[in-house]
Design a protein around this ligand. Sequence first.
Ligand SMILES: C[S@@+](CC[C@H](N)C(=O)[O-])C[C@H]1O[C@@H](n2cnc3c(N)ncnc32)[C@H](O)[C@@H]1O
Length: 245
Amino acid sequence: MTADELKQRVQEFDWYHTIDLGQGVVTPGQYDLRPILRHYGIPESLRDKSVLDVGPGHGFFSLEFEKRGASRVATVELPAWSSHDASPLLRKVFEKPGQDNAMTPYLFGAIGLAIEARGSKVERLFHNVYDISPEKIGKWDVVFCASVLLHLTDPLRALYAIQTVTTEQAIICTGIDTTVDPANQARALFLGTATGQAFWIPTITCLEKMVLAAGFSRVERVATFHLKSTDGKFDTPHGTVRGWV
Ligand SMILES: C[S@@+](CC[C@H](N)C(=O)[O-])C[C@H]1O[C@@H](n2cnc3c(N)ncnc32)[C@H](O)[C@@H]1O
């Protein structure tokens, strides 16, 4: 692909992530994570590690894992937009004829182009996080899951599944509640509405306890930070923890 062809194809998609595709082409992402990458606790070197990226968005992290030397990287994405957790009301909207097709470019196309443009070997698996298991996808040294749990009605069940496929460490990042004072209470704030796609935001202490409750033997707090969208519309406190098997 020439730079001009790539620029043309980038315009086909709404981009979640800002990604440098090479040849001077950078996607106009809703989130530019490059300046805040340190808050995600990704090991400097992933040499010889297999890494699973659960809920990859448009692939910014997967490409970063590859850059840091991972021997194998795979994403786990939903098989369809309508597989998202949703109330019966929102489900009806998701399941309208043509709706899944309308979301196909956003869910599958943009990351596909990013992988192609970067000449990446990132593999793509399609499962709901609740359903992953060693039988289905094997085991992975490092499992990464960022900004996904807040979109789940049952984040602990997702952590159960993640624990079963992790052999070394899981890096878990999600929206957190920073309004509780003191924040060291293990509480979660419920944000759900009948048409919304955000459900639970735990305090950072709660997130740590959830990771332990999922069966990880030790948990480490990595960071708390603000995840801000490039258009200034969203500013969501986030927290990252590392669970050791
Ligand atoms: C908000 S984006 C986060 C993208 C990226 N991880 C990041 O932190 O920038 C949420 C991602 O999780 C995926 N997702 C949502 N629910 C999921 C589920 N139940 N199982 C697997 N992936 C899911 C979405 O399709 C999307 O790729």
